[in-house]
Design a protein around this ligand. Structure first.
Ligand SMILES: [Zn+2]
Length: 203
């Protein structure tokens, strides 16, 4: 299978762990109601609804000129610590996924990048607490050598032979890197307005 988009590595999330007790908007105690097919937590005072959604993220394939792929080792204290992954992370509310790609690659590897395109989108149910919807991008490194930062303890370039033996945190990353080395990735071009200098500045 060359193009895989859904990765279910665990039983469904325990939604009770995601529940909250009080309205984040007005502080009233939330009540449970059934809305259409879903059990929702709703605020009786201000009608705030506590939706549970997957978290949006980005990962970035950054190949070297020799077609090696950059991977990062996750710090022990974070989820899936000690395992390897593509650089990436969650999209913050005030940024686009394109901004998030520049920021996360910068924080984790110290590299500036030039984005080339979108190569996949994956649903990744990694464990009961961890359900992400990830935009996978392809980029080109600009300048210097990578240096591990943020939640990573090490970064390195790997070739196809080394890739086979890596202990990846996410099956999705393994499959995406397979796709890169096997020449199966296809690309949607990036919105050129945001390709180099992303998103309008905050006020
Ligand atoms: Zn409320």
């Amino acid at each position: 299978m060359n193009h895989q988009q859904v990765f279910i590595n665990s039983t469904p999330a325990d939604l009770r762990k995601r529940q909250i007790h009080h309205c984040p908007r007005c502080g009233a105690r939330l009540s449970e109601q059934r809305l259409k097919k879903h059990q929702r937590q709703i605020c009786p005072a201000c009608r705030y609804t506590h939706y549970l959604n997957p978290s949006p993220g980005v990962t970035v394939i950054v190949p070297s000129k020799e077609r090696q792929v950059l991977i990062a080792k996750r710090a022990e204290e974070i989820d899936f610590g000690g395992k390897w992954c593509l650089p990436g992370g969650y999209v913050e509310y005030e940024e686009s996924f394109i901004d998030a790609a520049f920021r996360e690659v910068g924080e984790e590897t110290g590299l500036a990048i030039r984005l080339a395109g979108i190569v996949n989108v994956v649903s990744n149910l990694c464990n009961g607490d961890h359900h992400t919807l990830v935009v996978v991008l392809l980029a080109e490194a600009v300048g210097a050598q990578p240096v591990a930062g943020d939640d990573c303890t090490e970064v390195k370039w790997i070739d196809q032979g080394q890739h086979q033996d890596i202990d990846y945190a996410f099956e999705a990353d393994r499959r995406i890197i397979d796709g890169y080395f096997n020449g199966h990735l296809q690309m949607i071009p990036i919105d050129e307005r945001f390709r180099i200098k992303p998103f309008p500045a905050k006020n």
